[in-house]
Design a binder for this molecule. Structure first.
Ligand code: CO
Length: 195
């Protein structure tokens, strides 16, 4: 695959259809400047601000854009909230659609054929492999990204995080928790005792 992509890029560049320097800028932007820290700020704000949370769940695109995160692969954002009753996880069964403005580029496993098929067929088994074990009573919902809609999971807020600042809350939000294959990190003991 790597060789095929490089061959394709070479042909397109030779024909003058793409500028290799522009491709490098794009890749660098999504790899280093835009990433899961953006999504973590969205989640932390939703945890800290009930009005923002309500807006985020009602109109994810606008609420996320209000923090400055928008652009390609994030034009139509839908945010789904994990609760005790329901756990959401996100996949793209067709390819690798992913919300770039809030999560950056997708990890390799997200693009892999096994994840794409098994997330739908046996989501609980996949979750267990990621270390997420849910009570039987918790319903699992799997969201299949489309060419237009991209999903962001609002993970459950960790216990004992009531007094934390938005900045400290954002530190608890992992990429995997926003794809729904992980949970937010527990509050570190030092942070809990300094409240
Ligand atoms: Co896709």
């Amino acid at each position: 695959m790597d060789l095929r992509v490089r061959a394709l890029e070479t042909v397109l560049a030779r024909k003058g259809y793409v500028d290799p320097a522009a491709l490098d800028v794009l890749i660098d932007t999504y790899q280093t400047r835009i990433g899961p820290r953006n999504g973590a700020r969205v989640v932390a704000k939703a945890w800290a601000d009930p009005a923002y949370r309500e807006w985020l769940l009602r109109d994810g695109t606008a609420a996320i854009a209000s923090l400055g995160y928008q652009g390609r692969q994030g034009e139509h954002m839908v945010v789904v909230e994990n609760t005790e009753a329901v756990h959401h996880m996100v996949v793209c069964t067709l390819c690798s659609c992913y919300p770039w403005p809030v999560l950056g580029l997708p990890p390799t496993w997200y693009k892999s054929a096994p994840y794409r098929s098994r997330a739908v067929r046996e989501p609980r088994a996949v979750l267990a492999e990621f270390g997420v074990r849910l009570p039987e009573a918790t319903q699992v919902r799997v969201w299949d990204s489309t060419a237009e809609i991209r999903y962001l999971v609002l993970p459950r807020r960790p216990a004992g995080s009531e007094g934390l600042s938005e900045e400290a809350l954002a530190e608890l939000v992992t990429r995997d928790s926003m794809v729904g294959v992980g949970e937010a990190l527990p509050v570190p003991p030092a942070a809990a005792s300094s409240q």
